[in-house]
Unconditional design. Structure first.
Length: 133
């Protein structure tokens, strides 16, 4: 996670450029949940700096949806917490989220860790208040 904090500086100094587009698109699809989630959390920075294009992110969004049902409850919860931010960018719609809300409800009931269940319930209530689910 610390390396991701350097992304704006690396872009500013030209270390990361649009020539690195394929690398970042691959990270949006990466098989390791935390790495993929970190890439998604930085999509806005990548878009704002023209490293990747909006349409490329749209084509990869099914990989974000996979995070919403991750077997790793910590990754799943973090993805659900990030969901409202990514929706604010127009990358995901409430209609699309509706197809995944059972994954959030299941986490509230089935997660073995009470802190995960509590966090999932808080996310559910927040998204419900926002009219997303």
């Amino acid at each position: 996670p610390e390396a991701w904090g350097l992304l704006p500086t690396l872009i500013e100094y030209g270390v990361v450029t649009e020539g690195d587009k394929d690398f970042f698109i691959d990270l949006l699809k990466y098989d390791k949940g935390w790495t993929r989630l970190r890439a998604w959390e930085n999509v806005n920075t990548l878009l704002e700096n023209s490293i990747i294009e909006f349409n490329e992110v749209l084509r990869a969004k099914r990989y974000f949806f996979d995070l919403l049902s991750s077997k790793d409850y910590e990754v799943r919860l973090a993805a659900w917490k990030f969901l409202a931010k990514i929706m604010g960018k127009g990358l995901i719609t409430a209609e699309e989220v509706a197809d995944w809300k059972d994954e959030l409800r299941d986490m509230i009931v089935e997660a073995p860790d009470h802190l995960i269940r509590k966090g999932a319930l808080e996310v559910y209530e927040e998204l419900k208040d926002m009219g997303i689910i």
